[in-house]
Design a protein around this ligand. Structure first.
Ligand SMILES: [Zn+2]
Length: 158
């Protein structure tokens, strides 16, 4: 399947009705678009307010209280081999990636499923990032993504 628009057609789960409950326009973290590829989601996320774009030690404590195993996630980063090496100072988009993977892992009916992801800024000046998440079940992945965005919006709105 070509990478261009082809994958964006014909999948009802990509309708805006599925996406819109994830984040209202004035929420700290908003999903801009979700594209379902054969085995991964490509998710564009907008984090308009600069103050909401990075984790802090306080935010890390809050997240780890609820999701302690995030610390052990394998992660390609400049400081170490796990997400724990960067969780106190990384982008919120990167945290969203790992949260969605964590929630997908917890929900997965697929024994021993391993999920991977990537995060990159598309335009850091305006807070637009792209996250890619592998999945076994697209609906499970979408649910995990939705719940991860909710968790972050609750945290960032405190
Ligand atoms: Zn990572």
């Amino acid at each position: 399947m070509p990478n261009s628009g082809a994958a964006q057609t014909g999948l009802p789960i990509m309708s805006s009705a599925t996406v819109s409950p994830v984040g209202e326009v004035d929420e700290p973290v908003c999903i801009v678009s979700i594209t379902v590829k054969p085995s991964r989601l490509v998710v564009d996320v907008s984090i308009p307010d600069e103050l909401n774009r990075r984790t802090t030690p306080e935010r890390a404590v809050h997240v780890l209280e609820r999701f302690p195993t995030l610390r052990e996630h394998a992660c390609v980063n400049g400081r170490g081999r796990t997400f724990g090496s960067v969780i106190e100072s990384t982008s919120i988009a990167h945290l969203l990636e790992h949260l969605a993977i964590e929630l997908q892992t917890r929900a997965s009916a697929h024994e021993a499923a391993t999920f991977v992801g990537t995060t990159e800024w598309l335009d850091e000046r305006v807070g637009l990032a792209r996250i890619q998440l592998s999945f076994k079940d697209d609906l499970e992945a979408l649910r995990a993504l939705r719940d991860a965005v909710r968790f972050l919006n609750d945290m960032l709105s405190m």
